[in-house]
Design a protein around this ligand. Structure first.
Ligand code: ASC
Ligand code: MN
Ligand code: MN
Ligand code: MN
Length: 387
């Protein structure tokens, strides 16, 4: 089976993804909770490469030190047994009531200090399990009312904590990079660092910008109404695509975290093609969960579906790039007769003067049809399996 997941594909899932019990704001859980060890075995069963976690997916927030040691021992034994690895870890800074007004950006300095303590401990735990990337999803960092918090103050607090934690990682000698995960809203009315673009600009204001990159999520940029591929491309261009959260989402709906490819197959296709063609080496992490209608058989179908769709789209990308008609169209669209070479590249005064004096046939340039309709239809037909 050419669509079978293999370790080199670097497919990972969070403990919280296949472990999602289907609670929502209107309804109780529909699946019984699985232990971390059971989740590791489920993921091994479906062919995943790795498993990621929030600190409290693994160790309950109120665990005793003895609980912690036992759980960690059992979890590591399951990793040993299955060969799964832990490429990424993160902190749960959103579920407990203490974080109702944010963690790093809470108005309460005690909450901010507690969040910092919790994150240092969670970093230690993640590194102990082998994580090389540490994700920051600030789900509660924001407001419902702008009367409550000055957004400049929120950003200042955020920056101070990320700077502190970068210094902590260096001081500990950890081999660990940070990845900020933007989201525009939900669970807060408005969340700080709402999109990839916001986060990229913020990184440049940090003490150690080299240590900090992005973990863009399909659903989150889509919730903001944005083109996910464009955000990913800009993160890649900036050398900041440290990790990626794959799933799917309908614009304008609640935070759905659907199976990869469940909504917008064409967008998923161009995303996979991008990741494969630029040579992205990081995890293909699925931050998604099965529909609330599913039992654990359905959860396995969901997880297998995420990986299988990725691999099918990867094969489609190979065909797109090898399709003579599509490639001929692309060559035609980007054709260059070389006459503009004197005006390209960096600035010189001579070049500027020559370009200012050059006559263009504006009307002829504007009359040219670009055949994007044909290109897009060919793309659809390739995806629909008739070419
Ligand atoms: C994460 C992450 C998210 C959130 C969410 C928690 O670590 O990437 O999008 O937490 O999945 O439910
Ligand atoms: Mn999400
Ligand atoms: Mn995510
Ligand atoms: Mn999520």
């Amino acid at each position: 089976d050419m669509y079978e997941p293999k370790p080199e594909h670097k497919f990972t899932f969070g403990l919280w993804t296949v472990g999602n019990i289907g609670r929502d704001p209107f309804g109780e859980p529909v699946r019984h909770p699985l232990s971390p060890v059971e989740i590791v075995h489920l993921l091994a069963d479906v062919g995943a490469y790795g498993v990621n976690f929030h600190d409290n997916d693994l160790i309950p927030i109120d665990a005793t030190p003895a609980d912690r040691d036992r759980i960690l021992r059992e979890f590591k034994a399951a990793l040993q047994e299955t060969g799964l690895v832990v490429p990424m870890a993160t902190t749960n800074l959103f579920a407990d009531p203490v974080f109702k007004d944010g963690a790093f950006t809470s108005n309460d300095p005690k909450v901010r200090a507690y969040a910092l303590q919790k994150t240092m401990r969670a970093i230690d735990l993640g590194v102990e399990c082998g994580a090389k990337v540490y994700v920051f999803w600030g789900g509660r960092e924001g407001v419902e009312s702008d009367a409550a918090k000055d957004p400049q103050e929120g950003l200042k607090r955020y920056r101070e904590v990320i700077n502190f934690l970068c210094a902590y990682v260096k001081d500990q000698g950890y081999d660990l990079k940070f990845a900020l995960e933007p989201k525009p809203n939900e669970p807060r009315g408005d969340i700080y660092l709402a999109t990839v673009g916001h986060a990229l600009a913020f990184i440049n204001t940090l003490d150690h910008p080299d240590m900090v990159g992005l973990n863009p999520e399909v659903a989150h940029e889509t919730m903001a109404g944005l083109n996910f591929l464009h955000g990913v491309a800009q993160a890649w261009d900036a050398g900041k695509l440290f990790h990626i959260d794959l799933n799917d989402q309908v614009i304008g709906r609640y935070d759905q975290d659907f199976r990869f490819g469940a909504v917008n197959l064409k967008a998923a296709f161009f995303l996979v093609r991008f990741l494969e063609n630029v040579g992205y080496q990081g995890s293909r992490h699925f931050d998604a969960h099965a529909y609330r209608t599913e039992d654990y058989e359905g959860v396995k179908t969901f997880a297998r579906g995420c990986m299988r769709t990725y691999l099918i789209l990867k094969e489609k990308a190979r065909r797109f790039d090898g399709d003579a008609e599509i490639q001929a169209l692309l060559a035609e669209i980007t054709a260059d007769d070389g006459t503009m070479a004197p005006f390209q590249g960096g600035y010189s005064r001579d070049k500027a003067d020559a370009l200012k004096a050059h006559p263009f046939d504006r009307v002829a340039l504007g009359r040219r049809g670009l055949a994007y309709e044909r290109l897009d239809q060919l793309t659809n037909e390739l995806l629909l399996g008739v070419r």
